[in-house]
Write a new protein. Structure first.
Lengths: 690, 232
């Protein structure tokens, strides 16, 4: 069932079949009405029917009118040919006729003679019109007329049936003897000869079509009896199926709406009406000048009409099924928008927040008072009162905005990290006062939190310092007595070795406690910095001088690369030295003996891209590289973290805090400290602001 | 025979110091808190006091203050507090030197000797102030005899080291960068001198200072230069 509903193929077939069955219904009804009209006359040939007679007389009278118009120089329907026997010959201009009649009714020959001038109007070409006139009566159907006297073998338009009155009108009596075909043409002064010429009915002319239909209808009288009910049943079935299935697609529970279904319905309807009018009019026009090209053309146009109608109908059904028909009206949308806006306005009265309510009443009051005072305008005092009222209102609004500004400023202060933000709640009213209370709460919470964290940081450093004091006292005894032990005259080599270990470890413990305090101070920023102008070259010369012996001991060669010019930076000289000292100390401990140590100092520009302009360098970059003697199986981040060091180096002296302290000290002074490990290459990069 | 009073609440530390200083030939008196120390000072002739700061009953600074009311005995503070402001505070309270725990026994002995020499031979120093003599604190450089003494004890310097020290001492209190020192001592452009001067200065420091890492006379201003501290 669901498959039927969602099948695209079935829908496509339905869309194709539907118009065919509708067409069949139409044709059947036409067939039935045709039979009803002509079925009982007994005429089996088209030329025996009233329809034929009617067309015949219409064509003739029309050409009499044309001849009359030509005579009075109104139109030029006829072309003048060479005279025959001294008579003027006017031949019906076929091209002209085609543009009007498209060649219909050409199966009628006529010769119209103007009695005054003996001019001949005709659609026949011959050298002997007199013999043609003689021949007329020998034709299957002929119709001659002379001064009210008709000579014919067409029953419907003989003397008895045609009503002629002197004011150039004649009529054909209807079959029932009452209805008449009235033609407003004067035919006095003309003699008419005409005949039905079967030789001219070749090809698919209008005559042939009409004759064909006539004969088909008569021949197949039973056809509509079967076709009509079947067509009706199928049409209804398809219509019901489509109504049921439209909008349902595979895998979707809801009605699927397309682009067309989203167009406001009025616009869709208007487009339908306009397009249908255009195409239907075109189709009707085409049928009026029925030949077989125009019939195909009309058919195409009718099909387009069908598509237009189908699209509109399908969209309408979809909208109805999706329960969006009303909503898809533009007017509904506009109305709803207006309604919503109004609703918001009036909802404010019901809302719980008092501010909305107050705003509404204040605004209403403002308008009422303004209008009332405006009504009293003619009394001079009302103007003064009104202006006064406006100024008062402005003052009120301004005060509210200024109060709001205060809260905004307080919030901005909190955002910027000020910790003494406080609003005077008594100055404010209503919701602003509530806001002020909250802001004050947040501000005090904030500054509390900051104070707490500062306090805890300070406590941490204090704790570490105090603990280190407590450790140092017993450590002093250990170091001193170990020293004393060393000075004793001990022979036992083992005891000497043990004392040596004690000595080393106690010294290491000493260094560890000192570094721990420093690291904690430095990382918590608990350091007082004295910035001064430092010459980097001087610093490195001094430091290398300090370490020269130790470098030489390890056979390390120092390669220094510096710019020619003096480089001054702002730094605390003691702490800057501490950074370099820690790095150099690491190098003497961990660098591969006999390798080179590279120190490169360059100036560069961090903020601007160009490094060309000489005086605008705002950073110096210190780059220290050495080769590690041990494998560095550790990340640079871990190296910079406190108490973490490369694997093997755990067994040598030091606390492992050197790099961590160097990093913290660099960052405290606004620099950037990075360690890059590339295989055995150990590289420290420091960026220092000038 | 000088009498040295050692004050610390940690008996083992006092014991260790006693052993070291006795070897140097000093007579040692011991106290374990501030009040005891004051009693001993009141009743004995003391030439030097080694005083711990953190002690029960009366701490080192209070004791020092008390002593300074009546006596000018040199005092060396000995403390686990190693912050700059602790040292400055201690020295400002009237101490002559400050040693942090844990200390190097050799440094302690050197400082004790130095302070005592300064205290005892204060008068005799003036006699040597003839000719080309430059001095600051206990550091004396005699350009005539080419002798350098620290607190009366002679120090052997090389000719280059002597010239650098003499130049800096003659201009004590002023800071000189490496190229400036080079130009003034060698009388030529200090280009390429670089760290030769720095090495010499470290050597000088090692010879004239008790603790070269915390120099008293020859100070390093990192990234600027060197100077001799002007001590009255």
């Amino acid at each position: 069932m669901e498959n039927l509903r969602t099948s695209k193929a079935l829908k496509f077939i339905s869309y194709i079949l539907f118009p065919i069955f509708v067409l069949l219904i139409g044709l059947s009804i036409f067939h039935l009405s045709f039979l009803d009209e002509y079925g009982n006359t007994g005429a089996t040939n088209f030329i025996d029917t009233e329809m034929f007679a009617n067309e015949y007389v219409y064509y003739i009278t029309d050409n009499i009118a044309n001849a009359n118009d030509q005579k009075n120089n109104d139109t030029r329907m006829f072309i003048q040919l060479e005279d025959v026997d001294g008579n003027e010959i006017y031949y019906l201009d076929r091209d002209y006729m085609y543009s009007y009649y498209n060649g219909i009714n050409e199966y009628i020959d006529f010769i119209i003679i103007d009695k005054e001038t003996n001019a001949i109007y005709t659609n026949m070409r011959t050298s002997d019109y007199n013999s043609e006139i003689e021949n007329m009566k020998n034709s299957t159907k002929y119709w001659n007329y002379d001064d009210g006297n008709i000579e014919t073998n067409i029953e419907y338009i003989n003397n008895d049936n045609i009503k002629y009155n002197s004011t150039f009108q004649y009529a054909v009596l209807g079959e029932d003897g009452e209805s008449t075909y009235v033609v407003n043409k004067e035919i006095t002064g003309y003699t008419i000869y005409s005949r039905y010429n079967p030789d001219k009915t070749g090809g698919l002319t209008n005559f042939k079509i009409v004759e064909g239909i006539y004969e088909f209808c008569l021949e197949h009288q039973n056809l509509p009896v079967y076709i009509l009910p079947i067509s009706v049943i199928f049409t209804f079935a398809i219509a019901i199926y489509l109504c049921w299935a439209i909008g349902h697609e595979k895998g979707k529970d809801e009605i699927t709406l397309g682009y067309i279904d989203k167009i406001p319905y009025e616009i869709l309807f208007l487009a339908w009406a306009i397009l249908l009018t255009i195409f239907a009019t075109g189709a009707i026009e085409c049928l009026n000048i029925a030949n077989y090209i125009t019939i195909i053309f009309a058919f195409v146009l009718y099909f387009i009409c069908y598509i237009i109608c189908a699209i509109t109908t399908v969209s309408t059904i979809k909208r109805l099924k999706a329960k969006k028909f009303i909503k898809s009206f533009l007017i509904y949308k506009i109305g709803k928008w207006c309604f919503d806006k109004l609703k918001i306005l009036f909802d404010t009265l019901d809302e719980k927040t008092t501010e909305n309510k107050r705003l509404f009443w204040y605004y209403l009051l403002f308008i009422i008072v303004s209008v009332m005072l405006a009504c009293l305008f003619y009394t001079g005092i009302a103007i003064i009162l009104l202006i006064g009222f406006w100024i008062w209102s402005y003052y009120k609004i301004k005060k509210y905005i200024l109060d709001q500004e205060k809260i905004k400023k307080a919030l901005k202060d909190i955002y910027e990290g000020k910790n003494d933000v406080r609003l005077n709640e008594d100055e404010l009213k209503g919701a602003l006062r509530e806001m002020a209370v909250y802001v004050n709460d947040i501000a005090s919470g904030f500054s509390n939190a900051i104070q707490e964290s500062l306090k805890s940081e300070r406590l941490k450093t204090e704790l570490i310092t105090n603990v280190s004091h407590d450790i140092k006292t017993p450590l002093t005894s250990i170091i001193n007595y170990v020293d004393l032990l060393k000075k004793e005259n001990i022979q036992d080599e083992k005891v000497k070795e043990y004392i040596d270990i004690l000595d080393k470890k106690s010294q290491r413990l000493k260094k560890l406690t000192e570094d721990l305090v420093e690291a904690s101070k430095v990382s918590s920023g608990n350091v007082k910095l004295n910035f001064e102008s430092i010459d980097i070259k001087e610093l490195f010369n001094q430091t290398i001088g300090e370490f020269k012996d130790r470098f030489e001991q390890k056979d390390l060669k120092i390669e220094v690369q510096m710019p020619e010019n003096d480089i001054k930076i702002k730094a605390d000289s003691r702490y800057l030295y501490r950074i370099i000292e820690n790095l150099f100390s690491n190098i003497t401990k961990y660098a591969l003996e006999g390798s080179r140590v590279y120190i490169d100092v360059t100036e560069n520009n961090k903020n601007k891209g160009n490094t060309n302009s000489n005086n605008s360098y705002n950073y110096i970059n210190i780059n220290i590289k050495n080769i590690s003697k041990d494998k560095l199986n550790i990340s640079s981040d871990e190296l910079m973290q406190r108490f973490v060091r490369g694997d093997k180096s755990r067994y040598t002296e030091g606390s492992g805090l050197g790099l961590s302290i160097a990093k913290s000290l660099t960052e405290l002074q606004g620099g950037k400290f990075d360690i890059i490990i590339d295989g055995d290459l150990f590289k420290v990069e420091i960026d220092w602001p000038k | 025979m000088y009498n040295i009073l050692v004050v610390d609440d940690d008996k083992e530390i006092v014991g260790a110091i006693e052993i070291y200083l006795k070897k140097e030939g000093y007579n040692i008196l011991k106290a374990y808190n501030g009040e005891e120390a004051l009693d001993i000072v009141a009743s004995n002739e003391i030439h030097l006091i080694i005083l711990d700061i953190m002690m029960p009953k009366k701490d080192g600074l209070e004791t020092l203050e008390e002593i300074r009311k009546t006596k000018t005995i040199p005092v060396i503070l000995l403390s686990a507090k190693s912050e700059d402001y602790d040292k400055i505070g201690g020295l400002n309270s009237g101490a002559d030197d400050y040693i942090t725990k844990p200390f190097n026994p050799l440094e302690l002995i050197a400082r004790v000797n130095s302070v005592l020499r300064r205290y005892v031979s204060f008068g005799s120093l003036k006699k040597e102030e003839n000719g080309n003599v430059y001095k600051t604190g206990g550091l004396v450089v005699n350009d005539d005899t080419k002798k350098v003494t620290v607190d009366g004890k002679e120090v052997k310097l090389t000719a280059t080291e002597f010239n650098i020290l003499k130049f800096l001492l003659a201009n004590k209190g002023k800071v000189y960068s490496i190229p400036q020192i080079y130009e003034n001592v060698w009388n030529e452009e200090g280009f390429g001198a670089e760290n030769i001067i720095a090495v010499h200065i470290r050597h000088i420091r090692e010879k004239i200072e008790i603790n070269p890492k915390e120099p008293r006379y020859l100070k390093v201003i990192w990234g600027v230069g060197y100077k001799i501290e002007d001590i009255k």
